[in-house]
Design a protein around this ligand. Structure first.
Ligand code: ZN
Length: 258
């Protein structure tokens, strides 16, 4: 079995004490690639260091936490993304998107939408796929993406209605990655059931969204998501593993994998 963790945060300080062991444990369970998504400038530089040390295993996605309202920092991260994309060191823009769980005011939400569009344009300019965060804003994120016409999209840990997810699949060809929390979340089980295998990936979102609420998650837990999806869809673990692996290869154009 070979697996791609389509979304995690290896640069998170939760891994500062044992990052190397965490990566090695993942490799032992069949996780051959981990896409680490940074959330600010400092995180991007730290994630870059990890990706450089683990070339062909850890891949860098550069994004920005939508709850941080800081134009100068956004500009700096976009500039960094351009420089690194030119050198072929970035596989995606993300995670970026909308967070209506933490951000409640209409004014701040409309600034998020405007910035999200800027990130979509940057991804398009750089020819990179997008990894989208859409907490409590699934419907709005899908609407913005369809309106902008961007179709190289991974919706990560989507928490919206399955109807909106299916609209993303049918009209945009979006991919959806199911996190390890699928083992305990009814909403994620529903999502795993309706999204076609051709549009599925798996993720851990480490250090969060683990099989056990509140406990640190790590990429080595990824097979738990694959097993849960296989049982929900009535498929074999190998079928889910191989399809999600191929989908990740296709969207992110990963190189040097087994
Ligand atoms: Zn994340």
């Amino acid at each position: 079995m070979r697996l791609v963790d389509a979304h995690c945060h290896l640069e998170d300080e939760a891994f500062d004490g044992d990052r190397e062991e965490v990566i090695q444990r993942a490799l032992k369970t069949g996780v051959v690639a981990m896409l680490t998504s940074s959330l600010d400038r400092e995180g991007a530089l730290k994630a870059l260091g990890i990706a450089r040390e683990h070339k062909g295993t850890v891949f860098l996605c550069i994004g920005f936490d939508p709850t941080i309202d800081d134009e100068a920092e956004v500009e700096a991260v976009m500039q960094l993304a351009r420089e690194l994309a030119e050198k072929g060191e970035v596989v995606a823009i993300g995670e970026v998107g909308l967070d209506y769980y933490w951000v409640r005011s209409e004014e701040a939400r409309s600034r998020q939408v405007a910035r999200f569009k800027e990130w979509i344009r940057l991804a398009s300019e750089l020819g990179l796929p997008l990894v989208v965060h859409s907490r409590s804003a699934g419907k709005y994120a899908v609407q913005v993406l369809l309106k902008e016409g961007y179709d190289r999209v991974l919706m990560h840990a989507f928490d919206g209605r399955v109807g909106w997810a299916l609209k993303g699949v049918r009209e945009g060809g979006f991919y959806f990655s199911i996190p390890t929390s699928v083992v305990r979340s009814q909403q994620k089980r529903k999502l795993a059931k309706v999204i076609p295998l051709e549009n599925l990936m798996v993720e851990t979102d480490s250090p969060v969204l683990g099989p056990e609420r509140g406990a640190r998650n790590e990429p080595a837990n990824l097979p738990l998501a694959v097993e849960a999806i296989a049982s929900i869809k009535g498929l074999t673990v190998e079928e889910v593993a191989e399809a999600t692996y191929q989908n990740a290869l296709e969207l992110f154009r990963l190189r040097g994998l087994p």
